[in-house]
Ligand binder design. Structure first.
Ligand SMILES: CC(=O)N[C@H](C=O)[C@@H](O)[C@H](O)[C@H](O)COP(=O)(O)O
Ligand SMILES: C=C(OP(=O)(O)O)C(=O)O
Length: 327
């Protein structure tokens, strides 16, 4: 069974007091990890970008800088959240930080082509989860070639960065491209679509790490809420993922023990269409295919029976078994 880490992206627009509630809910739903975003805005944006007016209905300030400052947790709040995650037994991490001692570092899509940051992060030696929204395949090859020699312990997530993401923009097939281009690392999926079906399909395609945003209410103000899952959907997603993981099973196609009951009732055999006296050389016109008692020769071998002789008289409608055929 594949190892699946479910990353949960908290919505930072939610009042801080809701986070303990969300954390226990994530734990109850069976998620493995709660993930946040953390940034030092002056490092992430230049002055003009912070001063840019932000007119979105989801804006929490007049400029993008004011908006982002409103949303950012401080260090103590992160420590508190980390402590709570520890208490309830769920992994805790964030994109863009490692000073809190997280088990792995998430490189958010916006930093994936930030090669100095990527190099420094890889040099820390922690496992990395690198998302690929807003990037091209060529850039992802360069990301792989940069990170691999420094830190082989990383995975790449297919991701398209729009909120909510429309179905046509998901491109699950990129998962296959990544799997064949980078066969020695796990490939995953960071989804911003609505609902759970597409994320479950990503797991069926072999995604080993899954990230979704989570919220307590999709109608709340904030850019990502609509693309997030509410607790009942999250629980359903985890259940469905675990189910699909099990159902992926083995690539070996064979008759299963659980199919024996059905085969004994409905499985087809070679049956005599007419009475066949001992010593007769068989022709196809003497044979037919039926569900029969006892179970006889498999019908897929019927053409090989032509010309073979039978050892004893066989009655019309009787199954033909291996023992009755001359070698
Ligand atoms: C690419 C990236 O960072 N995407 C993040 C993760 O998916 C998002 O949470 C954005 O931060 C969010 O959509 C931005 O919304 P606003 O601009 O309203 O703060
Ligand atoms: C933006 C993030 O995730 P992604 O790029 O996977 O959407 C993030 O982790 O902050």
């Amino acid at each position: 069974m594949c190892l699946l880490v479910l990353l949960i992206h908290y919505q930072y627009e939610i009042p801080f007091s809701y986070f303990s509630l969300l954390s226990s809910c994530l734990k109850d739903c069976g998620a493995d990890c709660a993930k946040f975003q953390k940034s030092v805005l002056e490092c992430k944006f230049n002055k003009k970008a912070l001063e840019r007016p932000y007119n979105s209905p989801h804006a929490w300030g007049k400029t993008y800088g004011d908006h982002k400052r409103h949303l950012e947790f401080n260090h103590d709040q992160y420590k508190e959240l980390q402590k709570y995650a520890e208490e309830i037994g769920i992994y805790f991490t964030a994109s863009g930080m490692d000073e809190l001692g997280v088990p792995f570092i998430k490189v958010a899509s916006l930093d994936t082509n930030n090669f100095p940051y990527l190099k420094t992060t890889a040099e820390k030696g922690r496992p990395m989860v690198i998302s690929s929204g807003m990037q091209s395949m060529e850039t992802m090859h360069r990301v792989y070639n940069l990170v691999k020699p420094i830190n082989p312990n990383f995975c790449i997530l297919q991701c398209s960065s729009a909120y909510p993401l429309s179905v046509e923009d998901v491109h699950l097939r990129v998962i296959r491209e990544y799997q064949s281009a980078f066969p020695d690392i796990p490939i995953g999926y960071s989804g911003h679509e609505t609902g759970i079906a597409i994320t479950v399909a990503a797991v069926a395609m072999g995604a080993k790490v899954v990230e979704r945003h989570v919220t307590l209410d999709k109608t709340w103000k904030g850019n990502d809420h609509q693309a997030s899952l509410e607790p009942n959907e999250l629980a359903e997603l985890v259940r469905s993922i675990r189910l699909v993981e099990k159902a992926m099973g083995s690539p070996i196609k064979r008759l299963l023990p659980c199919e024996m009951i059905c085969r004994s009732k409905l499985g087809k055999s070679v049956v005599a269409k007419t009475k066949i006296p001992a010593g007769t050389a068989l022709t196809l016109s003497m044979l037919c295919v039926k569900a029969a008692e006892p179970y006889g020769l498999p019908p897929e071998d019927i053409f090989e029976l032509e010309g073979k002789t039978v050892k004893r008289d066989i009655e019309e409608d009787e199954s033909i078994t291996e023992e009755e055929i001359e070698k």
